[in-house]
Unconditional design. Sequence first.
Length: 497
Amino acid sequence: MSESFDNLIRQYRDINALNAAIGLMSWDRQVLMPIGGAQARTAHIEILTRKVHELMTGDELARTLETVERTTEPGSVEALQAAALRREVNIESKLPAELVDRKARISSDSYEEWKVAKATNDFSRMIPYYEQLFEIAGETAGLLGYKDHVYDALIDLYEPGATYANASAMFEAIKSPIVGLVARIRQEGEPVDDSLLSGRWDKDRLRDTAEATIGAIGFKFDRGRLNIAPNAFCMNLSCDDVRMTTRASDHIKGILSSSLHEMGHALYEQNSPKKWDRTPLAGGVSLAVHESQSRLWENIVGRSKGFWKHFLPSFQTAFPSLAPYNSDGFYRALNKVSPEFIRVGADELTYNLHILVRFELEVEILTGQIQVKNLPDAWNAKYSAYLGITPPTDTLGCLQDVHWSRGSAGYFPTYTMGNLIGGQIWATLRNDLGDTDELMAKGEFGAILEWLSDKVYSKAQTRKPKELIADITGRPMEAADWLSYASAKFKEIYRLV
């Protein structure tokens, strides 16, 4: 390796260390920090964010990066490192320090306000924050530039190369099939009894059982941890320090979905090659590819027959009230299709309609079709139209997600993209491994994890998202595999001909 490349990595690791400090402070804010620390924590994060911006846009990094780009062989690891960093530098260089500071400050304060607003069902508290953060999103899009739609610049931050048109076409492809299948289930399906899953459950035992489950699948607790937080998330300081949180649920379905979802993110990060740790190539390549893994492990694996043939006995030991279930009955109960108010608790089939609501509302706010103050009414109208239910409170409606309190406009479509990509990857995996239900029923999750590590996790950021998907599945992202999977699964569960 050249001296200029070594210098580039050294400079990047300074930036990476600051970002790790910001990440750890953010994790601590949600898991351990006393309430009184909020003001100081906002200041700390704002200062460190400014320092990252200064280093990313500084002359020293620019000169070193240009030298590496000019002198490295195309296609080499050094060139791939430089290309990954170039994307980050180009984004940061278009955003003035004042805007970066403003977003860091407002989003930190907004998160604290969101926790109170959600707990007290008081949307009015969030209006000034959401107005500022959506204004910042619009400014950001303008500074980054876009060709066809303001949303293009924002979704590209999370899913490189994705556009508003891509997201719109995706939702158009799946909306009618989902709505049609849900209607058939409601009108013709054999009822599913999930009454034994209702009620309140011991939170500590739920957390312990979820932790044991993800450990049995392959999450390494000597290189990560699971904590309780107001919202579930996964972050990493390195491939050897991956932090997950799960929601403080008192319901078995909630904590299972939350823990398995975040485990999918965590497995991606833990299995990123150590040789690239703390370099521009480390970790997951994009939000949609990341979500493909969280949704795959949460749903395709975690709500499968094979999974519960293996794990139901341990859950019945922990929770004797589940004793009346056999694995098939529990599988049907866990997969019951019933429109709910809360996205993260939604069944696998209607989940994408929750994402569609958020996507449309983001676009309508950014394009001036609705104002933030009217968000609750607009939210409720879409839930009524798409899911046939109307949230009775804003806590169960437009205050439920943390994303907008952090200014993350453009993020939501990556969840549905993840569903579709996960469906494609799983179809390919099954072709290679054969009967995955049989493997899971035996508790042999290692073959699945090894396949995903080889095909997805080990690639880190060496391939662009669209290239990686095509490499693995032989075609670009499309809805066919996921729709086929969902149709077959739910027609069987509901005994539809």
